[in-house]
Unconditional design. Structure first.
Length: 421
């Protein structure tokens, strides 16, 4: 079914809800209009915006280019849209989500309502532990958001959306370009990361390029079990047989090339992983099974105390070092803050870290993060002290007073997956 009339669902109330959903601290676009500035005369601004959208007089503003550091030291380019563009994009995404959520496959988890990274991690862990998985393909699409083909994207959107006014809005956002150092440049392909519409467009693109094809492949081409988990452009596929895995990888390369995409050569690996991996490799005189990274965790073949196979998840060391370096830098900037102010800030950092990484089996890595954070805090306090001495006993009291104790914040994957699905 194709929807021929959708723009009337972008109502004044939906625009108002989109505005209130934007973070007041969100960065401003090229027009430098902040959330607070726009809200001073909110109703009049929203009425004018609604009238322009419905009459076709709405014009998209170029995105402001910004960069954020990645864990590997590189810079990730972001496109920061203007506030009005954010409002309209959020409202349109809300309308389109109601359509595409019916279509999207269950193994797609990225940027979808009611789904998050831990849902994908749970599904992957349970899949490896309960299905006959012996090989894992850890794949990543190279520069995906910058390689989206606009012509193919329009074709995919028009499979379900026949309202040309919706596509005109999407086309305006894609053609608005970016401004960097005062210079405007066009975007002939790709969708700027940071825009509210980009995650949905990425999911639509990969739904037709990867999800439908992979789902068909495992039902018609595979000889054994196949599990698939995708989060945005990062996905992991588990196979029972090595032959299936190698054939899938070869055909996937051809499939992606048809739509202007390619796998990242350094982030795509096929490894032996699963309940039989350790035994099979030992029999062949090889070492321990390799590990793979997914959504911030290194996945390891391990055994429980009772001897049962389980997938142990450990914080990626590169992520841990990057976060500690960030804490060290911030402590340097906050060196002359009061002790309670520093303690409250560090407590927030540790609590946020545990909220994501404190999964069963990862307490040692989280405890190491807390310990290293305490070391950095002690060094910072010693540098600002005239005597230069902060005893460990005293530091232990500070850590006990301000830093929350490490504890598991998540249930076992099988428990939560059963509840959620």
């Amino acid at each position: 079914m194709r929807f021929t009339a959708l723009l009337h669902h972008v109502t004044l109330g939906r625009l108002r809800g989109a505005y209130w959903a934007i973070s007041p601290k969100a960065a401003a676009g090229v027009d430098r209009v902040t959330w607070a500035d726009y809200g001073r005369d909110l109703e009049a601004n929203l009425r004018g915006l609604h009238e322009r959208v419905q009459s076709g007089r709405y014009r998209a503003t170029p995105s402001r280019r910004a960069y954020i550091p990645k864990a590997d030291g590189r810079q990730r380019p972001l496109g920061i849209a203007s506030l009005e563009d954010k409002v309209v994009q959020r409202a349109v995404v809300e309308v389109l989500n109601a359509i595409y959520e019916v279509d999207f496959r269950g193994f797609s988890y990225g940027f979808r309502p009611g789904r998050g990274p831990h849902d994908a991690l749970d599904a992957l862990t349970v899949g490896i532990q309960t299905r006959r998985v012996n090989w894992v393909l850890d794949a990543d699409i190279q520069n995906f958001f910058g390689q989206i083909d606009h012509a193919w994207l329009r074709t995919f959107v028009e499979h379900r959306i026949a309202d040309k006014r919706i596509w005109r809005l999407i086309g305006k956002w894609l053609a608005a370009g970016v401004v960097e150092d005062g210079q405007w440049s066009a975007c002939e392909e790709g969708s700027p990361q940071g825009a509210s519409i980009s995650p949905l467009l990425a999911n639509v693109y990969l739904h037709y390029v990867f999800d439908l094809w992979a789902d068909w492949w495992r039902r018609h081409r595979a000889n054994g079990d196949v599990i698939i988990v995708r989060f945005a452009d990062d996905y992991t596929v588990g196979f029972q047989y090595e032959e299936d895995a190698r054939r899938f990888l070869a055909e996937l390369v051809q499939r992606l090339a048809k739509f202007g995409l390619e796998l990242h050569p350094d982030k795509t690996r096929l490894i032996e992983f699963g309940r039989r991996a350790a035994t099979d490799r030992k029999r062949r005189g090889l070492g321990k099974p390799e590990t793979f990274d997914f959504l911030g965790f290194t996945h390891v073949c391990a055994r429980s105390r009772s001897g049962r196979f389980w997938v142990k998840r450990i914080t990626i060391k590169k992520r841990l070092r990057a976060k500690l370096a960030e804490v060290k830098d911030q402590l340097r900037r906050r060196r002359h803050d009061s002790l309670p102010a520093q303690g409250r800030w560090l407590a927030q950092v540790l609590q946020g870290h545990m909220a994501y990484y404190a999964v069963p089996g990862n307490c040692d890595a989280v405890s190491a993060f807390r310990y290293e954070m305490t070391l950095h805090w002690r060094r910072s306090l010693r540098r600002r002290s005239q005597r230069g001495r902060v005893s460990w006993e005293r530091m232990g009291r500070y850590a006990t007073r301000w830093l929350p104790p490490v504890r598991v914040m998540h249930p076992y994957p099988s428990v939560r997956l059963v509840v959620r699905t």
